[in-house]
Structures are given as C-alpha cells and as structure tokens.
Design a protein around this ligand. Structure first.
Ligand code: HEM
Length: 499
C-alpha cells in the first residue's frame, strides 16, 4: 500500500507517463482542448450534461492509431487515473472480470454516492465483495424468468396494466368529448412512470396503492428524490449549503417521508407472502432489506420508464414500425407469455431501443489492484490499482465502426430495428453483438425479465390502443441516473379504429 498515492500520481503526471500497460493501452486525454463540447469531468456547471462529458473524452483521439481512439484516460490533479472506454471488447472483458474474487474489479461506488445517502449503503446495487454476493443469491429466485413467466403471475401484471390503461383511455375520451378533437397531446413520461410504479408496488411487492395516490404523491416524491440524488452525488457540500438558504430541506424531508411510507407498504407484503414475497426465502430482518427495497422501487421505476419512454419515442417517429408491431399485437386479447415472446417485431424494437438509447448509459468500475485484462481477440491492458473506469455504453453503441453500415447494414446512430434480422442473416448472433443494455457478467441486471415484461406490456398495449406521433420533429437525449427523451415523450394520441 502506497502511503501517499496522490504524490506518486503527481510525479507520474508531471512526467507524462502512461500508467496503463499491456499491448492495447489507452491514449491520453488533454484537459485543455478547444473543440470539446465541455470539460471531461463533472463540475457544478456541466454535470447535467453527462453525455457531453463522455463525448469530450474522445475529442483529439481521432488521430490515434487503432484502439487508442476508443480507450482514453485522464490523469491529472494528483487523482487516480480515469479510464473511459467505448471499445466493446474491452467493455465485455472488464464486466466479465467484475465480482468478489481476488483480483476482480469492484463496481465504483463514487457515481452512486448520492443513491447510497438516500437509500442506505447495504444494497445489491451499492455493495461489493461478500455482501454483494450474499444479496445477489437472495434475489435470484423471485426475479427469475421461470418464476415471472408463470401464467398466474403474468396475468397479475397484465391486469394492473389494463386497469391503468383503461383510466388513461377514459381521460382521453373525456377530453375528446370536451374538445371534440380526435387527437390529444400527452406527455407520456408521467403516464409511464405511474404505470411502472403501480406494477412494481402492487404486483411485485403485493401492495394495494391506488392510482391517484401513486400519481399525485409517490411518483412526484421519487422524481424529486432522483433529481436530488444526482445533484447530491456531484456537489454534495455546495448543495447542502444551498438547501439551508432556500428552504429546500423541508421539501426534501417531506418527499423522503413519502418514500419511506412507500417502502413500508412494499415491505408489509412480506408478512403474508403476497406478490413475489412468496418466492423470497430468508430470515433477514425487514430492516436489513430496506435499502434494497428502496433501490428496487426508485431504480426500477427509473430504468423501466427510461426504456419504455425511449421505445415509445422511437415508434412515435416511425409509423412504419408502429404498423409492424400493431400487426403482431392487434389479435392479442390478453397477453400471455408465449404471445409476448413470439412477437419478433416488438422484440426487435426493444433490442434496438436498448442499443441506441440504453437506459444506463455508463457502468462504473474500479480497479482494486493492478489488473491485467484480456479481450477475446487477445488484446491486453494493465489497469493500475485505484483507476476509476467508465464503461461508456452510450458511445460504444453509436460507434459506426462497431454498429454501422459495414457491420449491421444500417448507420449506427439510426433507429433501425431491421438491423437485428440483417445481422442474423449475416450469422452475427446477439451473443457476438452485445449492446450491454442490461450489463454483462456477474453484475448483470437481476431485474431483466421483470423489466422486459413490464416494458413489453406497456409498449405492446400502447400500439394496440393508439396511433401516436411525436410533436417535435427530432427528439434529443438528456441524462441523469438514466437517459431520457428530452421532450418527455410528448405525442399526439389518436384512438385506433378497427384497423
Ligand atoms: C427494464 C429496464 C432495466 C434496465 C435497462 C436495467 C439495466 C441494468 C444494468 C445495465 C445493470 C448493470 C449495472 C452494472 O453493471 O454496473 C443493472 C443492474 C441492476 N439492476 Fe437493472 N435494469 C432494468 C430494470 C431493473 C429492475 C426492474 C430491477 C429490480 C426490480 C433492477 C435491479 C437492478 C439491480 C439491483 C442491479 C444491480 C445488480 C448487481 O450489481 O449485482 N433493474 N440494471
């Protein structure tokens, strides 16, 4: 253990020495550079634009030969190196080597410090080492695909979903009656959040919270807290100081209280084994599960909403793909798991959505010791202990070299669900072409089946009930904990006739 690591860093930085080794080391990012969209570090004035911060890492790298343009490092100010990579081979290798075994990477907790302060540290998302391993085995059964795709379970999700959509339809009909218009403008973001939270709280955790309560109290509290978490991660001290003067503390406490009530409701199902609690087998006291429940409630609402929002947003710009999905779902009176998995167009839309606009746009890792990583094609990188690693999924999936016309038949930055069929014809399986939308390796998302189920139901039913088109000609992206369409998915909805 070095007594003063920052001193070693400083001296190396002054000498301009690349701290990485191997036959594929990353190339250096200069802090100063004129053409960059912003500085390559989060600061109080640019933290709301993390996608630009990542983009800044690649500026100047285009002159590098080979992989140096995709693997970049920053090493300045006496701090440990920061490695940003959009190289799919390296991303895969680093994820595969993340875990609790000696010499493996940890998840870097620094970008989730605000989450831990809001929910507690003892959660599957935040923990590393043996605590993470124990928690992972606890959630394996309730989250498993085999469990979620049982017919009785599935119909529970479907019922909740139908109830919620029926309410929206009612609102829409009312508005049509009042205005006499055939189309109404709706921001789908809020609607989707309520549906997602309702499915999670009532179906998954066996709660019984009414739609209005969710919409008017719980969703706004979670939205407020998620926004707070982002600010609290980037500038905790200045935010705490500012809150003292703005009276925001009162607001924060109020929303925390609402979140605590929701967590109590989710935990209450455990006693009578309602919802998926029936699959949960542990004598851990409720208090020990609290952090995880909070992460599931806030994190799952955020991730599933981001995913569904993006899918609806992409479809709102593509009447052609809406029609293709409609042709599959129009005859489904009730969704059963087989219908759902046998809808290839809907599945291609969902895959392409996660590729082009992943909900989690970067995955943080940290090297515990000096670590040698080897990609499948034999490239090596030695990553020094203490390095903060950012697996930049957003830019990897938009890189023409990996996902563009030469490889998949369509430009990388275009929403083209047809690329998945084209790739299959070329013999490229989705195992070769990983988009990392749910991660990879030991820290793969345990909520994948639940998330896909919820998003598939929402998108499928949305297409079945409505034709919709985006109000804006083009939709940009914003990012906080997850990515979002910048227009809150504002669409014009039109009830479908008997097409
Ligand atoms: C459908 C939308 C979802 C997406 C796109 C998504 C994405 C991801 C990704 C990419 C990771 C890997 C993070 C990493 O490697 O650092 C992850 C991990 C995780 N996800 Fe999800 N997720 C979704 C839904 C859910 C749901 C519904 C839940 C729970 C109810 C959930 C709970 C978790 C947890 C606890 C982890 C951490 C696992 C670990 O570190 O071992 N996710 N998710």
């Amino acid at each position: 253990m070095q007594p003063f690591p920052w001193l070693r860093n400083f001296s190396r930085q002054l000498r301009g020495k690349n701290p990485f080794g191997g036959n594929c080391p990353p190339s250096r990012v200069c802090l100063l550079g004129r053409e960059r969209p912003t500085l390559p570090v989060p600061l109080p004035w640019n933290y709301k634009e993390p996608l630009k911060i990542f983009e800044a890492f690649y500026i100047g790298g285009e002159h590098e030969d080979g992989w140096g343009k995709h693997n970049r490092y920053l090493y300045a100010g006496g701090i440990s190196p920061v490695l940003v990579t959009r190289d799919p081979g390296m991303i895969r290798a680093i994820q595969a080597m993340t875990g609790d075994k000696s010499g493996q990477f940890d998840r870097d907790t620094s970008p989730t410090a605000g989450i831990a302060r809001a929910t507690g540290e003892d959660s599957l998302l935040y923990s590393n080492g043996s605590i993470w391993r124990r928690q992972k085995s606890l959630v394996a059964k309730p989250f498993s695909r085999g469990n979620l795709f049982q017919l009785h379970r599935f119909s529970g999700f479907e019922k909740t979903f139908r109830n919620t959509v029926a309410r929206r339809l009612d609102v829409l009909r009312q508005r049509q009656l009042e205005t006499g218009q055939s189309r109404v403008r709706v921001e789908m973001d809020l609607e989707i959040k309520v549906i997602m939270l309702e499915m999670l709280v009532n179906n998954f955790f066996g709660g019984d919270v009414g739609y209005d309560d969710l919409r008017n109290h719980h969703v706004p509290a979670l939205v407020y807290l998620i926004d707070h978490i982002v600010r609290d991660t980037v500038a905790p001290k200045s935010q705490a100081l500012a809150r003292l003067f703005t009276g925001e503390n009162r607001m924060l406490n109020k929303h925390r209280e609402v979140f605590n009530v929701l967590t109590d409701i989710a935990l209450a199902g455990r006693k009578n084994k309602s919802g998926l609690w029936s699959e949960f087998d542990s004598d851990a006291p409720d208090a020990a599960l609290r952090s995880n429940i909070m992460v599931f409630l806030a994190g799952a609402m955020e991730a599933t909403t981001s995913f569904a929002n993006w899918a609806i947003s992409h479809l709102s710009h593509s009447p052609q793909w809406q029609s293709k999905v409609f042709a599959e779902v129009k005859t489904m009176d009730c969704y059963d798991p087989d219908d759902f998995t046998g809808a290839p167009n809907l599945n291609s839309v969902l895959e392409e959505t996660l590729r082009l606009t992943p909900a989690l746009y970067f995955l943080p890792r940290r090297a515990v010791v000096d670590t040698l990583v080897e990609t499948k094609d034999g490239r090596t990188m030695v990553i020094p202990a203490g390095t903060h690693i950012r697996l930049d999924i957003w830019h990897a999936n938009r890189c023409e070299e990996f996902w563009g016309e030469q490889v998949t038949g369509y430009p990388a930055n275009q929403f083209a669900p047809e690329r998945w069929e084209a790739m299959e014809k070329k013999g490229l399986s989705s195992k070769d072409m990983l988009h990392f939308g749910f991660g990879y390796g030991p820290r793969f998302c345990p909520g994948r089946s639940l998330g896909l189920l919820e998003v598939g139901l929402v998108v499928g039913a949305m297409v079945k009930l409505f034709k919709f088109r985006a109000v804006a000609a083009k939709t940009g992206a914003t990012a906080g904990i997850s990515t979002k369409p910048s227009d809150n998915v504002e669409v014009e909805l039109e009830l479908r006739g008997q097409d």
